[in-house]
Design a protein around this ligand. Structure first.
Ligand code: PMP
Length: 320
């Protein structure tokens, strides 16, 4: 297609996209630091070593910047996401913040279906980036938001670009190409166990698949909340949820179930002992990582801390 035809179809060219991205915050996505949790090891007396990748260092403040930019980029480059479209998805908060931040930089409007009980901090951040938010029934959790986004998309298919993070292979691909390579590099290839919470499952499936290719004896451990009504934002209790299309329940070597109160207790310990202000799902990831590190002296356990604590200031974690 010639330039005039591309313009007539509202296509964003690769050159235009790359010019918008260059020297913007979007170039800061990924390459997050990985730190060793030495004081947690001393405190728990576990044999193995535990490392955490601090995803709050992404410009949008969470791990979700990685899949969000990849899904949007693929949408633009395939010609599906044109200038006259609105980005629509359902999200428990962090993906929405990522879309909203990216939409602000690229000049693309964003509409998000979000359970009404997400934290005030998240609601305000979404507003700051100029996203339109449609609140759904908190009793239906993230599934209620998924259904509302599907309904909107089916009603106005020509209006929206829907990345569909639960089923879009580009979500896991962002971790396959990014997170996993960083883990291999930052651990000097020594990683023996990879522990990650399950939300869309993109982090676990994408990173895990690449790590298994790197060395097939690396153990992949999934983390789920122990019951359907839990307080670990971002994670899914699979048995009682709509299972994401990305998820292959046969893939993880093991699943560890974590109680909300234990996750919160670990969040408080992380800041006290390690000086890392982390979110609720980081506490859940650490609870599981400690269990794994307890079992083997030679374990080199890598886990993901998906976001930072400032998104949870108004929650029960810090009022206890
Ligand atoms: N923790 C938090 C805070 C999240 O926002 C998410 C994303 N839903 C996850 C964990 C899980 O990550 P994933 O979607 O890649 O499974």
């Amino acid at each position: 297609m010639g330039l005039e035809t591309l313009k007539a179809h509202n296509i964003i060219t690769r050159e235009e996209y790359e010019a918008l991205k260059r020297r913007s915050v979007l170039e800061l996505i990924g390459s997050t630091p990985m730190v060793e949790l030495k004081k947690i090891r001393a405190y728990t007396g576990v044999k193995g070593r535990i490392f955490a990748k601090l995803e709050s260092y992404n410009p949008g403040g969470s791990v979700k910047d990685r899949p969000a930019i990849r899904m949007i980029e693929q949408g633009i480059l395939s010609g599906e996401l044109t200038r006259d479209k609105v980005i629509l998805d359902s999200t428990s908060g962090n993906t929405g913040i990522a879309y909203a931040m990216i939409g602000a930089v690229l000049g693309i409007p964003v509409e998000l279906c979000v359970p009404a009980n997400v934290t005030e901090e998240r609601k305000k951040i979404l507003k700051a980036f100029g996203a339109k938010v449609i609140y759904t029934d908190p009793m239906e959790g993230s599934d209620g938001a998924i259904k509302e986004a599907q309904r909107l998309y089916q009603t106005y298919p020509e209006r929206y670009f829907k990345p569909d993070q639960y089923n879009n292979p580009e979500n896991a691909m962002a971790h396959y190409l990014g997170t996993a390579e960083e883990v291999i590099h930052q651990s000097d290839g020594k990683v023996t166990h990879f522990v990650a919470g399950l939300g869309t499952t993109g982090t676990l499936m994408g990173t895990g698949r690449r790590l298994k290719e790197f060395r097939k004896d690396i153990q992949i451990i999934a983390v789920e909340p122990s019951c359907p009504l839990h307080g670990i934002e971002g994670l899914k209790h699979m048995e009682s949820s709509i299972v994401p299309g990305l998820y292959d329940p046969g893939f993880p070597d093991r699943t560890i179930f974590v109680d909300t109160e234990d996750a919160y207790e670990w969040v408080r310990k992380i800041s006290e002992l390690e000086g890392i202000f982390a979110g609720a799902s980081s506490g859940a990831a650490l609870a599981a990582a400690v269990e794994v590190a307890r079992e083997s002296r030679d374990a080199y356990v890598v886990t993901i801390f998906p976001d930072g604590g400032d998104r949870y200031l108004s929650t029960r974690i810090w009022s206890a």
